[in-house]
Design a protein around this ligand. Structure first.
Ligand code: SAH
Length: 252
């Protein structure tokens, strides 16, 4: 018996890995994060499987179901949105399973920050502008650890991908202003890859009012940084004067 933590991807079933899609088709017990996993993906779970929506359950309850499945020697699929390694709360489950001697394995998924970047046709890294991408969030009921608050991170001027933060967009914009500047691009993608996806492009100056007008309050990715401007700097990799292992320099 094994627990499979599966990444459901951002929403579009075509963005599931082949492995995940096959496992959903075959599974017998599935505990899914109903508040975030798209209905299109939930509909792919074997119709004969026992399904549990973890949004309505505690860790004790999901552990109990898994423990019973272990006794019955039936594999369990634990379906998480995006990639399970990011805000997936999988470590706490693994800690329980370690104590219970239950085996587990992770099947990665496309994260929402990647789906949002794709929706924007954006490259998050750009030569001479941003060579670092930070995946972070603002504090909510979960406080930010020391030295990881958004103002500290902002000093690097990296591209920021903010999860779980859309409801605090005004506060975030104010905090980023000093390091990124009022005209720095901010993009918000609501329900990236879902049929009702919405894209809002703005700057630090006007993002708060644009989001207020849009009515978006959750399930959105916020991306901030000058890489979104598509600056004209070109990478060395494709520069004709730059040689590397796969290409000799041009004679021009
Ligand atoms: N493991 C997930 C993140 C879970 S935390 C992943 O890798 O994407 C939940 C947050 O992820 C949401 O508040 C939102 O910020 C973001 N999110 C999840 N799905 C999204 C989607 N389809 N579009 C935009 N943001 C999404």
């Amino acid at each position: 018996m094994k627990v499979y933590f599966i990444g459901a991807g951002p929403g579009d079933p075509d963005l599931l890995t082949v492995k995940a899609a096959n496992m959903l088709k075959e599974c017998k017990i599935c505990i899914y994060a109903g508040s975030l996993v798209s209905p299109d993906i939930i509909s792919l779970i074997n119709s004969d499987a026992r399904k549990y929506d973890s949004a309505k359950m505690s860790l004790d309850e999901t552990t109990e179901i898994t423990q019973q499945a272990n006794e019955d020697a039936i594999d369990v699929i634990r379906l998480h949105t995006g990639d399970p390694s990011i805000y997936g709360a999988i470590s706490e489950q693994m800690n329980r399973f370690d104590k219970l001697d239950i085996e587990y394995e992770v099947v990665p998924g496309v994260s929402s920050f990647q789906a949002a970047a794709a929706a924007l046709n954006a490259e998050l890294t750009c030569p001479e502008v941003s060579q670092t991408v930070i995946l972070t969030r603002t504090s909510g009921r979960t406080p930010m650890p020391d030295h990881q608050d958004i103002v500290t991170l902002a000093q690097s001027r990296s591209t920021l991908c903010l999860f779980l933060s859309i409801h605090k967009i005004g506060e975030v914009a104010k905090q980023l202003d000093k390091y990124y500047g009022q005209d720095c691009p901010v993009a918000v993608v609501y329900h990236a890859s879902w049929p009702d996806q919405i894209i809002i492009k703005a700057t630090i100056k006007d993002i708060e009012s644009k989001i207020k007008d849009s009515g978006i309050t959750k399930t959105a990715m916020v991306i901030v940084g000058r890489a979104l401007d598509k600056p004209e700097t070109e990478s060395k990799l494709y520069d004709s004067h730059f040689t590397h292992g796969y290409r000799k320099g041009s004679s021009k």
